[in-house]
Design a protein around this ligand. Structure first.
Ligand SMILES: Cc1ncc(COP(=O)(O)O)c(C=O)c1O
Length: 469
């Protein structure tokens, strides 16, 4: 392990060399072959610009916008841009947060705190809603009502039936992360409005590409603030706006809806703390980098990037359709290609794709949904997409030849049985102890067979094992 606190400081060149070496072990963030975690527009010079912009404001503190009006100006500009893209009106306001999860937590907090008279507030979401809603509900002690979906989309009738007098927020996705399909936002928003409940659109993933896909002719429903009844919407700039990590926008239809999002505290001897978001001290770096990214790409630039993404999605989807042994699991209507396997082990297939340089995201079985492979497609993939079909064919053939993973005999587990010792011995047995994560099929097969509570306990234990100095 590198010593982060050497007795005597180390020269900068050496430190940068060490960092480059460390980064060498990561998945490739650029190059159009990693289908999760990263969003790559493949635009020359953009990284350098964002880096330089980040450096101008890395030490600026968002705690007090009167001390650092530069940050206030940039944040207001980003909120205004998001309001334009998502058809806000003159009353639309918003906040810059650190990411999608924070935006969703704050949407839930605002809805909860708008109703202090409701002792046991509830949140209604479709089963395909992002896990960050469960986290928000957990952190904020709001009860989560998860409603089964119909053909992978929120079912308005079932969602309406789940609303109770304690419901403070209804939410849905545009699109869902797992499958990339858009929920019927106008119908859901109308139901929520009729019941007098706030309605949040989680457009964290797709909010910056759907408007451009629609301009390119994609047949997608209205999903933004143009829809009556939508009270808030979130969009992550670190996804399809291609900004470096750490920036999302939460928009509210008007200021009154945003007010309960704020936290204010003057009852202590220090400065009065007024926080619109979860962090108090926060760096201006990501905000400046996002500001530079948006201004550099511009509206026509985003349209062109969406066009490339759309072409890449069509190419990957065609490759899946043409390959015996895999099939499209969801309609590729936005920027996700989601595939299922027929007659080959999906997790072995994911490893075989990784061995050919395609890093995908396996998704476990859930309720009556089978395991699938998720591909988040970004503009960079347009340049590599043509190489996918032959590698997919070869990977399917190799997976078929290897056959399915034989699950080891494991006793029935309860979360309490999952101790650090059990995790350590499982990791050893599965070859993970040395930090080699290239053969994940046996691990994924075990996780896939486990119920969610066991999956959570196993992975929490594993992460905790990794996160030790
Ligand atoms: C639809 C959706 N909502 C929320 C999130 C959470 O975003 P973050 O990882 O930035 O917290 C994601 C992340 O992929 C997402 O796809």
């Amino acid at each position: 392990m590198i010593n982060a606190l050497p007795e005597k400081g180390v020269p900068g060149e050496q430190i940068l060399a060490e960092l480059r070496e460390l980064r060498g072990g990561d998945l490739p963030t650029h190059g159009g072959r990693l289908f999760a975690y990263v969003y790559d527009p493949a635009l020359d010079g953009l990284d350098d610009l964002a880096r330089a912009a980040h450096a101008t404001s890395a030490h600026v503190n968002g705690l007090d916008p009167t001390a650092f009006p530069s940050l206030l100006a940039m944040e207001n500009a980003l909120v205004a841009a998001a309001a334009t893209v998502l058809h806000g009106g003159p009353a639309t306001v918003g906040s810059v947060t650190s990411g999608g999860t924070e935006s969703l937590i704050l949407a839930v907090k605002a809805a909860r705190d708008a109703h202090p008279e409701i002792a046991a507030p509830r949140l209604v979401v479709p089963a395909t809603a992002h896990a960050a809603f469960a986290k928000a509900a957990h952190y904020l002690r709001v009860e989560l009502d998860t409603v089964p979906v119909k053909d992978l989309r929120a079912d308005p009738v079932a969602m309406a039936a789940a609303i109770t007098p304690e419901t403070v927020l209804v939410a849905a996705s545009a699109p869902s992360y797992a499958h990339g399909v858009v929920d019927p936002i106008p119908e859901l928003a109308a139901i929520a409005a009729e019941r007098g409940v706030r309605f949040h659109v989680d457009a964290c993933f797709g909010g910056w590409i759907l408007p451009y896909l629609r301009r390119l002719g994609a047949d997608l429903p209205d999903f933004d603030l143009s829809v009556p009844g939508v009270t808030s919407i979130s969009v992550d700039l670190h996804k399809y706006a291609y900004a470096p990590k750490g920036v999302s926008i939460l928009l509210h239809r008007d200021e009154a809806l945003r007010r309960p999002q704020y936290f204010a505290y003057a009852d202590w001897p220090g400065y009065t703390m007024i926080n619109p978001v979860i962090s108090s001290t926060r760096s201006g770096g990501p905000v400046a980098a996002a500001f530079a990214t948006l201004r550099s790409i511009g509206d026509t630039g985003y349209l062109e990037l969406a066009s490339r993404t759309r072409e890449a999605v069509a190419m990957l989807a065609a490759a899946v359709e043409a390959t015996d042994g895999v099939r499209l699991y969801a309609p590729p209507e936005t920027s996700v290609v989601c595939l299922a396997a027929d007659g080959v082990d999906l997790f072995v297939l994911a490893d075989e794709l990784a061995a050919r340089g395609w890093h995908t995201q396996p998704q476990m079985a859930y309720a009556d949904l089978p395991p699938t492979i998720h591909l988040t497609v970004t503009a960079a993939v347009r340049a590599t997409a043509a190489d996918f079909a032959p590698d997919l064919t070869a990977a399917v053939e190799a997976a078929r030849a290897r056959g399915p993973i034989e699950l080891p005999e494991l006793p029935p587990l309860t979360p309490e049985m999952i101790t650090p010792e059990l995790i350590a011995s499982l990791a050893e047995g599965l070859g993970l102890a040395g930090g080699d994560f290239t053969q994940m099929a046996p691990v994924n097969a075990i996780l896939n067979a486990a119920p969610p509570a066991i999956r959570e306990a196993l992975l929490t234990g594993f992460l905790s094992m990794l996160q030790r100095p």
